[in-house]
Design a protein. Structure first.
Lengths: 108, 131
């Protein structure tokens, strides 16, 4: 009984942490799609050194974003989570910018 | 401009924000974070659109294709930068209890997307007519 009561207390009635967690998941999914498109751009018909470099960098950026999202999703588990760290926000934005820059370099 | 430099400094010195005002309700911070993530998704969609233009419109002339793709990629990068900037400014405003910052970026971005969409329609139509 006490456990159930504390469970109700511990849960945010508006499910804010859950919604934020799902927003991170959606964003990870978008990042995956863009990373796959970047890999397709890098490895088109023949395998070249530039293509392999692009593939490796895209994979690295994708893993970086995955790590940021995973850390944040884990830190959202308490009922009253801490706000997003500046490092997390900067890293997420840097991953997006890095994908854009690789793409621009490969398209050019 | 000095406002921009000031907020740029805040990006890399989060403890300066912590010193100011008081910590807002965690729900407001989470809502701000979700808005930030929505902008990051918009940026990712623009970057993906740039890749798609290059991949799936191979019949276009090189200049048009690369121009469109680079414009979309640049818009994506700009959108990501602006997402961080807006997130930092909102966070600071909430701590100080000020009004949230207003921005003309959404209007500019939607105009840019509309122009790119019209350009792509024209390019694809003329590409068909020329064949």
């Amino acid at each position: 009984m006490t456990e159930a009561a504390s469970g109700i207390d511990a849960r945010d009635p508006g499910l804010q942490p859950e919604r934020t967690r799902l927003a991170w998941r959606r964003t990870t999914l978008s990042c995956t799609v863009v990373a796959v498109l970047a890999v397709k751009l890098a490895v088109s018909d023949e395998i070249t050194a530039v293509g392999i470099t692009g593939l490796a960098l895209s994979a690295l950026v994708w893993i970086g974003f995955l790590a940021v999202a995973h850390r944040r999703i884990r830190s959202l588990s308490p009922a009253r989570p801490q706000p997003l760290s500046h490092r997390g926000a900067l890293l997420a934005a840097c991953c997006t910018i890095a994908l854009a820059v690789f793409g621009a370099a490969m398209i050019w | 401009m000095s406002d921009f430099v000031q907020s740029l400094r805040l990006w890399f010195a989060p403890q300066r924000i912590r010193d100011e005002g008081e910590t807002p309700d965690y729900r407001f911070s989470l809502a701000n974070e979700r808005t930030f993530l929505a902008w990051i998704r918009t940026a990712l969609a623009l970057v993906g659109g740039g890749f798609a233009v290059d991949q799936f419109l191979p019949d276009l002339r090189w200049g048009v294709r690369v121009g469109l793709a680079l414009a979309l990629l640049a818009a994506g990068a700009l959108c990501a930068l602006r997402a961080v900037n807006h997130w930092v400014r909102c966070e600071r405003a909430m701590r100080r209890g000020e009004d949230l910052p207003v921005s003309r970026f959404p209007a500019v971005l939607s105009l840019v997307v509309a122009v790119v969409a019209v350009a792509m329609v024209v390019v694809v139509l003329f590409g068909w007519a020329g064949r």
